[in-house]
Design a protein around this ligand. Structure first.
Ligand SMILES: Cc1cc2nc3c(=O)[nH]c(=O)nc-3n(C[C@H](O)[C@H](O)[C@H](O)COP(=O)(O)OP(=O)(O)OC[C@H]3O[C@@H](n4cnc5c(N)ncnc54)[C@H](O)[C@@H]3O)c2cc1C
Length: 288
């Protein structure tokens, strides 16, 4: 039998976690309740954070977007946040079904830290800083210092994920994923790509094809030099194809019940080529 504290403010959540550092945080419950119902987890103490207003907030400034840990997928898709972080909205649209999107949160996706978590490549490509608070105060870290393995985070006992702070570059953003069908599907491979026309960079991060969320840094640097940033920032098809192959080299996929490693690597190449072509197609998206 668990004891459950329903926090109604950030202070209440912090206090509850400070007095029971081994407590499990419950947000939308779309991962945690599945694990409890399957008997995989039996938390003795639970701190519910779904009613903490500070965690539900998001804000947009010129170059930065702050998304509270309690922001749901539905909010990522249906509010002005979708214009400020389009790849996050694209990822949110692919998650589960409407009830899952109404309950599931960014913080829960981070807390679960599955390589197939659909927001994670978006956060990596947008240079996210993950903000956590705990007994030692606030800590900030990049995604790859937060997610340290398959379903493993660097959260310390008593810490709470508060928000993710994202870049807001001038340029298009894409999120693409592949699964065995179009809806209600966990990624077999996922990819986020962000073009930054001011920095003249392309950032590309991969989901479900490695233990963590790798950035395809060699491919990013290679393609940035082949984009004619001065004249309409277009890419030709041969560059996009080669980019796909180079991105696939950053994957280290495994064979499992969802897919083979070979298919995952192929899928990542196809997604990367497609995302790059979309990001640099004429017309469209924000400010580019
Ligand atoms: C039918 C179904 C379909 C799904 N489809 C997808 C999909 O397509 N893509 C996808 O990525 N996921 C999918 N999921 C998984 C799930 O919906 C997401 O991972 C979701 O983001 C979890 O959020 P939550 O708020 O429900 O988290 P919870 O279940 O409440 O928590 C998940 C984990 O995060 C921790 N946690 C939550 N919030 C915090 C916080 N603020 N601070 C510290 N730790 C915290 C919890 O302790 C727990 O360990 C699906 C789940 C189901 C049941």
């Amino acid at each position: 039998m668990s004891d459950v504290v329903v926090a109604r403010s950030l202070d209440e959540a912090r206090e509850a976690l400070a007095s029971q550092p081994d407590a499990t945080v419950l947000a939308g419950g779309t991962d945690l309740m599945v694990e409890i119902n399957r008997g995989l987890r039996r938390p003795r103490h639970v701190v519910g954070v779904a009613q903490v207003p500070d965690l539900r907030r998001w804000s947009v400034a010129d170059n930065r977007v702050v998304v509270g840990a309690g922001v749901t997928y539905t909010e990522m898709m249906t509010t002005a946040l979708a214009d400020a972080a389009p790849a996050l909205a694209q990822a949110a649209r692919t998650v589960g079904s409407p009830p899952i999107r109404n309950a599931g949160t960014l913080g829960g996706n981070l807390g679960t830290a599955s390589p197939a978590g659909d927001t994670l490549p978006v956060l990596a490509a947008l240079n996210a800083e993950i903000v956590v608070v705990g007994p030692d105060g606030e800590r900030r870290m990049g995604l790859n210092d937060f997610v340290v393995g398959v379903k493993r985070t660097s959260l310390r006992p008593g810490e709470l994920i508060v928000a993710a702070e994202l870049d807001r570059p001038r340029g298009r953003q894409e999120f693409l994923k592949i699964g065995p069908r179009n809806a209600m599907v966990i990624s077999m491979a996922g990819l986020a790509l962000v073009a930054d026309h001011d920095a003249r960079t392309v950032r590309c991060a991969l989901g479900a094809v490695a233990a963590g969320i790798p950035r395809a840094r060699e491919a990013e640097a290679w393609v940035a030099e082949r984009i004619d940033w001065e004249n309409g920032a277009s890419v030709d098809d041969a560059v996009a194809d080669e980019f796909g192959s180079r991105v696939a080299a950053a994957a280290s996929p495994i064979d499992d019940h969802r897919s083979t490693a070979a298919y995952r690597r192929h899928a990542v190449a196809v997604l990367a080529t497609r995302a790059l072509k979309r990001a640099f197609a004429p017309g469209g998206n924000r400010d580019a």
